[in-house]
Design a protein around this ligand. Structure first.
Ligand SMILES: *Cc1c(COP(=O)(O)O)cnc(C)c1O
Length: 378
């Protein structure tokens, strides 16, 4: 049996080894240290924001972002239904209730018209909406040009879930720089990784200090550890920050590699009836984190599920798009404003191996397996 090909495995090598060892040998093993400070500065510069707080995960960044924007128990927070559970979980950690908004069909990102509709209804009902959390799905930034004016008109702060979109831009502006704050993730499967980690990005210095304070157990400046509110242990370790700094030096080349892999799939599916690359042709500003194909079963005579089974038989990992949050049992009682698109994308989409660590031989193996399946199927 051939080795298993994974969707998005960590892309690390000699550069990462060198940065990590240097940090280890510097003696900064205790959580914080100079690599954390440098990593925060480098990411803030890259994204073009004033402040970055390095945290243990993207989920922690979402949680503290919501808390510092004033989200409280009983509030409503609007977010995209087509996302990874972490977005919705972080809302629940604060005691607020998520209200899910459906997607634009082409990008899968939050539909600004539905968002506006939900805000109007909630406003008329006298419900306090404490924050809006759009998600940049699979590395394509949400339509902030349309979302931000709506959020502003209703006076609701926006926290962007940019966990999947580091390196992408929207109309020339980097993902992670929109709204009051953004959360990014360095989880093992993301475009760059610290094995586990995240950051809160913002131009607001008060918000950044408050995130740092809450992430280090809300310690007041007193030698005896004075506490006046509940804190968290959410900081990123210095060793992992060193790994992140190494990855950041390679971010552009890792993005270019993912785009190459996408182009192979695009060429492959161009001739296949009913199959199209998710996100459309207009992906010049995406970071190409993951590439998915959308299968119209009426036209293709086979389904995304069939393709997944064929790839699995060749020991190649693939997955449907995120199962929408409003279809998850754990969120069955949450409110939602729907148009059916997220469910349709979930049912017709398949995410293919997309990692920058894929070798040419591995990409060829995936392409050959897809070709064999398509040839046999039509
Ligand atoms: C990965 C991810 C997160 C969570 O990031 P972690 O670092 O794994 O906690 C949040 N939102 C989205 C959309 C993600 O893809």
């Amino acid at each position: 049996m051939n080795d298993r090909i994974l969707m998005s495995s960590p892309d690390v090598g000699e550069v990462e080894e060198r940065y990590l060892l240097d940090a280890f040998r510097s003696g900064w093993i205790a959580p914080l240290g100079p690599d954390v400070d440098a990593f925060e500065r480098e990411i803030a510069d890259r994204v073009g924001v004033a402040h970055a707080a390095a945290l243990a995960s993207g989920t922690a960044a979402l949680h503290l972002g919501l808390l510092t924007l004033g989200v409280r128990p009983g509030d409503v927070v609007l977010t995209s239904t087509l996302t990874f559970a972490a977005t919705a979980n972080a809302i629940v950690y604060t005691g607020a209730r998520p209200h899910f908004i459906d997607s634009e069909l082409e990008s899968g990102n939050i539909d600004p018209e539905l968002l506006e509709h939900a805000l109007t209804e909630l406003h008329d009902a006298g419900t306090r909406v404490a924050a809006i959390v759009p998600v940049d799905l699979l590395g394509k930034a949400a339509d902030y040009t349309r979302i931000l004016p709506i959020a502003e008109r209703f006076g609701v702060p926006m926290l962007a879930d940019a966990a999947e979109s580091l390196g992408a831009t929207h109309r020339g502006r980097p993902a992670g720089s929109f709204g009051a704050a953004s959360a990014i993730s360095f989880n093992g499967n993301k475009i760059m990784t610290t094995s586990g980690g995240g950051m809160l990005l913002t131009d607001d210095s008060d918000l950044a200090s408050r995130v740092r304070y809450l992430s280090t157990q809300a310690r007041q400046p007193a030698v005896h550890y004075e506490h006046t509110e509940i804190g968290y242990n959410y900081r990123l370790s210095n060793l992992l920050a060193a790994l992140g700094r190494a990855q950041l030096t390679r971010l552009d080349s890792m993005m270019a590699r993912r785009r190459q892999v996408r182009d192979v799939y695009r060429a492959l599916f161009a001739e296949v009836p009913g199959a199209s690359i998710f996100g459309g042709d207009d992906d010049a500003e995406d970071n190409c984190w993951l590439t998915s194909v959308i299968i119209d079963p009426g036209e293709a005579a086979w389904t995304a599920k069939d393709l997944r089974a064929a790839l699995e038989a060749a020991n190649i990992e693939s997955r449907p798009l995120w199962k929408p949050m409003h279809l998850q049992r754990v969120f069955a009682n949450a409110a939602a404003t729907l148009n059916g698109n997220a469910q349709r994308l979930f049912e017709t989409g398949l995410t293919l191996p997309s990692g920058s660590a894929l070798t040419d031989a591995q990409v060829e193996r995936v392409a050959a397996a897809i070709e064999d399946f398509v040839d046999a199927g039509v």
